[in-house]
Design a protein around this ligand. Structure first.
Ligand code: NDP
Length: 288
């Protein structure tokens, strides 16, 4: 049964616009005073349609806020060696401050080898093991993965209390789930991770004051997964019958959660805005 909508929307579109507007102001000032401006390079290998959309959005946003950006595209047949050579060249290019290799990569390429090839100082998505290690130690110099860092920014924008709260992270990927839990821990939440081997998942998610769903299963989280009044963050981006849907069944959960992110318009725009913020931060660090 559909419940009436009472949850407050965590509007990622709005918060990301506020963030990118302030970045744009900063970039305007820089362009009047600096010879070299921040530059993001996105590397896309293959022709995955979703990746092409994400990369296009990233490049468009960079352009909109006045940041230099370039998208390098390579065929799906690109070898590991060829991709390593591309990244090594970007690593030594002083005009490039952020390198993002769009995932997933074609099968013949070892993703970890590629992530590890990116200079940690240019690792704008914070996926290099060095940056993930720094994140784990709570070192502020870690470049934080864009999606989970964007979630924290969104929660803070709505003054969602995290300290002492039970945060349950649904998913344990290196790109979203694991760093999401680490960032919530840094905010002094008590964190549980759930995954595909978790037994009786709803009984755990029902304990969550804050539930972050990052599983990639359309509409999996229904109202019976939720504690009334919980904060529900939907990271999932799935295509269902030609529509974009999250991992959370918005219709049923929106009447029960205290706060909820929509899909689209929730975490997605926060990810892109955080990518811009990370590029600017790496640029500033390169000047220091
Ligand atoms: P992965 O496929 O890498 O990880 C999915 C995780 O969910 C795994 O840990 C897996 O468990 C767990 N899982 C899968 N099915 C179930 C299930 N039935 N019950 C419990 N746990 C399950 O995905 P990502 O982390 O890369 O992405 C997750 C979602 O977020 C996707 O929809 C993706 O498109 C989206 N995404 C959105 C972004 C944004 O900006 N909004 C950015 C990045 C991703 P196990 O480890 O046991 O296999």
């Amino acid at each position: 049964m559909t419940q009436s909508l009472t949850s407050q929307i965590l509007d990622g579109k709005l918060v990301s616009q506020q963030l990118t507007a302030s970045l744009s102001e900063e970039l305007k000032v820089l362009s009047g005073s600096q010879a070299v401006l921040p530059k993001l390079v996105v590397v896309l290998v293959g022709d995955d349609p979703a990746s092409q959309v994400y990369v296009g959005k990233k490049a468009k946003m960079a352009q909109r806020i006045g940041m230099l950006s370039e998208v390098l595209t390579y065929p799906a047949s690109t070898s590991q060696q060829e991709l390593v050579a591309v990244i090594q060249k970007l690593n030594t290019d002083p005009t490039v401050h952020g390198i993002l290799v769009q995932l997933p990569l074609p099968r013949q390429i070892n993703t970890l080898d590629i992530i590890t090839t990116v200079d940690p100082k240019k690792d704008v998505d914070g996926l290099h093991p060095l940056n993930l290690g720094l994140l784990m130690t709570g070192d502020p110099s870690a470049c934080k993965p864009c999606t989970p860092a964007g979630v924290i920014t969104l929660l803070k924008a709505y003054k969602v209390a995290m300290a002492g709260k039970h945060a349950v992270v649904l998913g344990r990927s290196n790109i979203v789930g694991k760093p999401m839990g680490m960032l919530l821990l840094q905010e002094n939440a008590t964190v549980s991770y759930c995954h595909s081997k978790t037994e009786d998942l709803p009984s755990l998610t029902r304990q969550a004051d804050i539930l972050v769903a990052a599983v990639g299963v359309p509409n999996m989280v229904t109202a019976d997964f939720i504690k009334p009044g919980a904060v529900v963050v939907d990271v999932g981006i799935n295509r269902l019958d030609g529509k974009l849907v999250g991992d959370v069944d918005f219709e049923s959960v929106a009447g029960k959660a205290g706060f909820i992110t929509p899909v689209p318009g929730g975490v997605g725009p926060m990810t892109i805005a955080t990518l811009m913020a990370n590029t600017l931060a790496l640029y500033k660090r390169s000047l220091a």
